[in-house]
Design a protein around this ligand. Sequence first.
Ligand code: BG6
Ligand code: MG
Length: 218
Amino acid sequence: MKQTGFIFDLDGVIVDTAKYHFLAWKNLANELGFEFTEEQNEFFKGVSRKRCLEILLKIGKVDATQKQFDQWMIEKNEDYLNYIVKMNASEILPDVPRVLEFLKERKIPIALGSASKNARPILQKVNLLHYFDCIVDGNNVTKAKPNPEVFLIAAKQLNVASEHCVVFEDAVAGIRAANTANMVSVGIGDEKVLHEAQFNFNDFTEIDNSFLERLIKK
Ligand code: BG6
Ligand code: MG
């Protein structure tokens, strides 16, 4: 039997940080004189910070010099980090520790595959860092999801063939990246939004041990 590797996205899969990204972008939009809605925020999921700002400025029809652009990137992140500082283990999404523990007990390789440059400090804050055999995040990639780079690097670091990797994702871009990498894609969230995933669940409470066993034995 071939070894199976599990790759988890961070924001919206392991921790409920999408709301803080939203608040920080909304604060910046308001400061620049326009509104930013939760619906618009859907398109920011799984997308790099730089790309998010480009989209935000398009929404607000704001032109920026390179200097302003760089300044707003810093501003948004500082604002976001102010929310993150107060985070604790209560913001881990339901049943994530159970799933990580189940995999760890069976010595299954586990990776993080995230677009965020804040992944490590967040995992540390919520005390989950020790579960991960490798962390691949926004600091390690040159191409953003839906490009599969982040997951391919993770598979390589886990020493597991791509087709034997399982990816948990809450973003359309992430599901596409997993599919392109020829990995098993599991959508966590609204099935209507994540219909390109091979499997869909609202959250980890719907994923039982026998499903995990099936994925491991695939
Ligand atoms: C992704 C989020 O995980 O990380 C995006 O879904 C976010 O919304 C991206 O923009 C980059 O995160 P950060 O922490 O580097 O700004
Ligand atoms: Mg996500």
